[in-house]
Design a protein around this ligand. Structure first.
Ligand SMILES: Nc1ncnc2c1ncn2[C@@H]1O[C@H](COP(=O)(O)OP(=O)(O)OP(=O)(O)O)[C@@H](O)[C@H]1O
Length: 355
C-alpha cells in the first residue's frame, strides 16, 4: 500500500509558486530521498507533508487518509530537522517522552517506550543528561528517538546530518538506514548531498525548480540519467558535446562535436529538438591507456588528483577535458600521452541545458 500519496501539489509563497503540480507516491517501508539543489523546493514539500506548510493546490494522503487540511499534530508523522529543536531544559528521557505526553500516553507506558527507543538508538545511558551535555551526533540520535518513539506512519527528515562532520555523517547514514530497516518506518529524507541520497535510499527523487526532474533507484539514476541535469547532479561526469547521427531509438550513434569521430551510445529518450546533446561518461567508465586501443581518442593528462581511495586524472581530448579514474595498477603522470576509450554501453546520450 502507498503510505503517502501526493497529487498535484502546488506551494506558493505570496505570488511566488515554488512547487508546481507535484505528484509523488511512497510505498510502505520505502526510504525515499528528495535530492536537489538549494531552492528546488525539497523543504517546502517536506513541510507540506508534515502539515507545516499549507499547499495552494493539490492533496496529501497519509496511510490512506486525506490530511491536506489536518494540522501537524493530527498527522501520523515524526519529523527531524537539521536545526535541532530539543528542549534545552529537559533531560534526554523527557525530550523523548514529549511526543507521547502530547498524545496522552500515560506513565509508566510512556517511560517504558521512551527507554526502549533510547536503547534501540544505543543512548539509554544518556537518558538523564541535558541536551547541552551531548555531542552533535548524540543530540541527533535523541532527535531521531523523539521522532520514532510515537511510531509514526511516516518519518520526515530534513537534512538531519547537515551539521555533523564528515566522518560522523557517514556513520549516521549507516545507522539511520539500519534503524529504518529494523523499524520498517516509511521515510522521506531531504538532502542536497548526492552521495548521501545514493547511499541511503531505495529511491531518489531528483528535484529541480519545484518539479521532479527524475526519479529511480540510486544505481539506475547514476547509470541511466534521463537528462543532463540528472547526469551532472548524480555524481561526477564528463559531458562531451555530440551531434546525433542516429537517434537512440535505433541504438544511438553520435559524432563528437567538431570532429569526424563517431561512436555508439545508449539513451532512453531522443533529445527534444534544438536542445544541446552530450554523451555523459562516468570517471570509472573511461579507460586511459598508454598502449594504443582501436577506436580510441588520443589525449594528454593535464592533472592528477590523489584522493586516497582513488586517483583522478583530467585528460585533454581535442578541445574537451574528461575526468577519468586511474585504474588499478596504473600510474599516469601529468603530461603523459594516452589513448582514451570507453564501452559503448556506458556512454549515455543526454540532452539539456546546464543546471
Ligand atoms: N517562508 C518562505 N517565504 C518565501 N519564500 C520561501 C519561503 N520558504 C522558502 N521559500 C522559497 O521557496 C523556494 C524553495 O525553497 P525550499 O526551502 O523549499 O528549497 P530547498 O530545495 O529545500 O532548498 P535548501 O536546500 O536550500 O533548503 C526558494 O526559492 C525559497 O527562497
Amino acid at each position: 500500500m502507498s503510505e503517502l500519496v501526493i497529487e498535484g501539489l502546488e506551494i506558493e509563497y505570496g505570488r511566488n509558486v515554488v512547487v508546481h503540480g507535484l505528484d509523488l507516491r511512497v510505498e510502505s517501508g520505502e526510504f525515499v530521498s528528495l535530492l536537489g539543489p538549494s531552492g528546488s523546493g525539497k523543504t517546502s514539500v517536506l513541510r507540506a507533508i508534515g502539515g507545516y506548510q499549507a499547499p495552494s493546490e493539490g492533496s496529501i494522503a497519509i496511510a490512506g487518509r486525506d490530511v491536506t487540511d489536518v494540522p501537524p499534530q493530527g498527522r501520523d508523522v515524526g519529523m527531524v530537522f537539521q536545526s535541532l529543536v530539543l528542549f534545552p531544559h529537559m533531560s534526554v528521557l523527557r525530550n523523548v517522552e514529549f511526543g507521547l505526553r502530547t498524545r496522552k500516553v500515560r506513565q509508566p507506558e510512556r517511560r517504558r517506550r521512551a527507554m526502549e527507543t533510547l536503547e534501540m538508538m544505543q543512548i539509554a545511558h544518556l537518558s538523564e543528561r541535558l541536551p547541552f551535555q551531548l555531542s552533535g551526533g548524540q543530540q541527533q540520535r535523541v532527535a531521531l528517538a523523539r521522532a520514532l518513539v510515537v511510531r509514526p506512519s511516516l518519518l520526515l527528515m530534513d537534512e538531519p546530518l547537515g551539521a555533523l562532520d564528515a566522518r560522523l555523517r557517514l556513520q549516521m547514514q549507516v545507522e539511520i538506514r539500519a534503524l529504518q530497516h529494523a523499524t520498517g518506518v516509511t521515510t522521506i529524507f531531504v538532502t542536497h548531498d548526492q552521495q548521501e541520497a545514493m547511499a541511503m535510499s531505495d529511491r531518489v527523487v531528483v528535484m529541480r525548480d519545484g518539479r521532479i526532474a527524475d526519479q529511480g533507484g540510486p544505481e539506475g539514476l547514476y547509470r541511466e540519467p534521463r537528462d543532463r541535469f540528472t547526469a551532472e547532479f548524480m555524481g561526477l561526469t564528463s559531458l562531451l558535446p555530440v551531434d546525433v547521427v542516429r537517434p537512440a531509438g535505433d541504438g544511438a550513434r553520435v559524432r563528437l562535436a567538431g570532429t569526424a569521430h563517431e561512436f555508439d551510445a545508449t539513451g532512453s529518450a531522443d533529445p527534444a529538438g534544438g536542445e544541446p546533446t552530450f554523451v555523459s561518461l562516468r570517471p570509472e567508465d573511461i579507460h586511459c591507456t598508454t598502449q594504443p586501443v582501436d577506436g580510441a581518442l588520443t589525449g594528454k593528462v593535464m592533472a592528477r588528483t590523489f584522493r586516497g581511495v582513488n586517483t583522478f586524472v583530467q585528460v585533454r581530448v581535442g578541445d574537451q577535458t574528461v575526468l577519468a579514474l586511474q585504474h588499478r595498477g596504473q600510474s599516469l603522470s601529468e603530461g603523459a600521452e594516452v589513448f582514451v576509450s570507453w564501452d559503448a554501453a556506458r556512454a549515455r546520450l543526454v540532452a539539456g541545458d546546464a543546471p
